[in-house]
Ligand binder design. Structure first.
Ligand code: KG4
Ligand code: ZN
Length: 379
C-alpha cells in the first residue's frame, strides 16, 4: 500500500554490506555487497578488512538499492540501521552512514537489533508476524529460542546456546573437513551425498535433566573432529559426505526438537526460523515435518533472506515507523553486544560495546563525507 512506511535499512554487522528498501511488508530492493572472498583465506571474518570493505561499498550499495526500488532518497519515511550486536568497527560504518543520511535528508533514524531483524524479515514473505511468535534464531554468532509478542518492542529469550552457535559449529566442522569458509552452505551441499545415519554424533543437552531450551554444539564439534582425526591416524579415507550429513542431522535434530517443544509448552502455534543457518535445506525439511506433525505453522524466509541482508533491517525499521516507535537520537552509537531484548535503541548513549573512537580505524568519519557528497553536499 502506498501509505505504508517507506524505509531504507542498512546492515553492516559482519562481512555483508546490505541495503534494503521496504514499503510496509513489501520488499522493493535488497542490495548486498559481500567481502566474504576477502576473508576466505584467513578461515574467518577479519574485522578490519570487513570495516574497510563496508566503507568502500556503502554509498554505491545505497545508490543501487534506491535505483532498484525506483524511489528517491527524499521519499523515504525513515532510515534504519543495525546498531548491534556484531563487529564493533563494522557496525560503526553502517551507523555513521545511517546518521549522515538521516541528518542530510531530515528523516527519522532507527537503530535496530540485528537478531530481531532476522525474525522480522519473514514479514516480507509471509505477511505480519502473529502474536505471539516463537522464533528459533540460528546464525554464526547466535542460537536462541525467543518468544515475541511484538517484534518492535518485546522479545523474550527462552533459551540459548551455552557455548558455540549453530553456524559456528558448521564453520568449524567445514574447516576440519577441509571444505573452506563459510562452512554452512558447503556442508549443506556435501551432506546431500551422504548418509545422515552413518555416524551417531552426540545430541548436546538432550538428557531428561538438561535445560529444555538451551543448546550446546561444542561437544558435537569436538566429537566430529575426533572422529575425523581417528580416521586419518588409521590411514583411512574420511567419508566427508557421511560426516557432513551425520553432523548436520545432529544439529537439526536438536534445533527442531527443542523448537517444537518450546511451541507446545508455551501453547504457541507458529514457529519462525531465522538467521543464516535457517538457509540449511535439511533444517527446513525436518522443521516442516515436525511442525506438520505437531500442528504448528512454520514460517521460514527464503534462503537469501535468512543470511545477513539489508532488507531485514528495513523490514524492522518499517514496522517501527508503522507502530509509531520513538526514533533513535542523533547520537546513536553501535553496541557490539546489544542484548536481544533491546529490539531498538531509542535513547542516547548506548555505546557500551562499540569501542569508541578509532575502533574502525577512522572509517566512520570517511563514510560521513561520502554520504554528504552523494547527496549533493547537503539537504
Ligand atoms: O545470519 P548470518 O548470515 O550471520 C550472522 O549473523 O552470524 O549467519 C551466518 C552463518 C554462518 O555460520 C554460515 O555458515 C551459516 O550461517 N549458514 C549455513 C547455511 N548458510 C549459511 N549453515 C548451514 N546451512 C546453510 N545452508
Ligand atoms: Zn545475522
Amino acid at each position: 500500500m502506498a501509505d505504508e512506511p517507506l524505509v531504507l535499512g542498512i546492515e553492516t554487522s559482519c562481512d555483508e554490506t546490505g541495503v534494503g528498501i521496504v514499503r510496509g511488508t513489501t520488499l522493493l530492493a535488497d542490495a548486498v555487497a559481500s567481502s566474504v572472498n576477502d576473508h576466505a583465506r584467513y578461515g574467518g571474518v577479519v574485522p578490519e578488512i570487513a570495516s574497510r570493505a563496508h566503507l568502500e561499498a556503502m554509498v554505491p550499495t545505497i545508490q543501487r538499492a534506491l535505483d532498484t526500488a525506483g524511489v528517491k532518497a527524499s521519499d523515504l519515511d525513515g532510515i534504519a540501521v543495525t546498531a548491534g550486536p556484531g563487529l564493533a568497527g563494522a557496525l560503526l560504518v553502517g551507523v555513521s552512514a545511517a546518521k549522515a543520511y538521516a541528518w542530510a535528508l531530515d528523516k527519522p533514524l532507527y537503530g535496530v537489533n540485528h537478531l530481531a531483524s532476522h525474525i522480522c524479515v519473514d514479514q516480507l514473505e509471509h505477511g505480519r508476524l502473529p502474536s505471539p511468535t516463537m522464533a528459533l534464531l540460528v546464525s554464526g554468532g547466535h542460537s536462541s529460542l525467543l518468544l515475541s509478542e511484538d517484534i518492535t518492542s518485546d522479545v523474550r529469550p527462552l533459551g540459548a546456546t551455552i557455548d558455540d552457535a549453530a553456524g559456528e559449529a558448521f564453520d568449524k566442522v567445514a574447516r576440519v573437513l577441509g571444505l573452506g569458509f563459510p562452512g554452512g552452505p558447503v556442508v549443506d551441499r556435501m551432506a546431500r551425498e551422504g548418509d545422515p545415519r552413518s555416524i551417531a554424533f552426540p545430541r548436546g543437552l538432550s538428557g531428561a535433566k538438561d535445560p529444555a531450551y538451551d543448546f550446546s554444539f561444542s561437544g558435537l564439534k569436538t566429537a566430529v573432529a575426533r572422529w575425523v582425526e581417528a580416521k586419518r591416524r588409521a590411514g583411512e579415507d574420511v567419508p566427508v559426505a557421511d560426516v557432513a550429513a551425520s553432523f548436520q542431522e545432529a544439529v537439526t535434530d536438536v534445533l527442531t526438537r527443542k523448537a517444537v517443544k518450546a511451541c507446545k509448552d508455551s501453547g504457541v502455534d507458529h514457529l519462525m526460523i531465522g538467521g543464516g543457518v535457517a538457509a540449511n535445506s535439511r533444517l527446513r525439511e525436518m522443521a516442516q515435518q515436525r511442525c506438520d506433525k505437531a500442528g504448528i505453522r512454520l514460517r521460514v524466509p527464503r534462503p537469501g533472506l535468512c543470511t545477513d541482508n539489508g532488507a531485514m533491517v528495513a523490514a524492522l525499521g518499517s514496522e517501527m515507523v508503522w507502530r509509531g516507535r520513538t526514533p533513535s537520537s542523533a547520537d546513536l552509537s553501535a553496541d557490539s553486544s546489544l542484548p536481544v531484548t533491546e529490539v531498538h535503541v531509542p535513547a542516547a548513549g548506548a555505546a557500551a560495546g562499540a569501542g569508541g573512537a578509532g575502533a574502525d580505524g577512522g572509517a566512520h568519519g570517511d563514510v560521513h563525507g561520502q554520504a554528504y557528497r552523494a547527496l549533493g553536499g547537503g539537504r
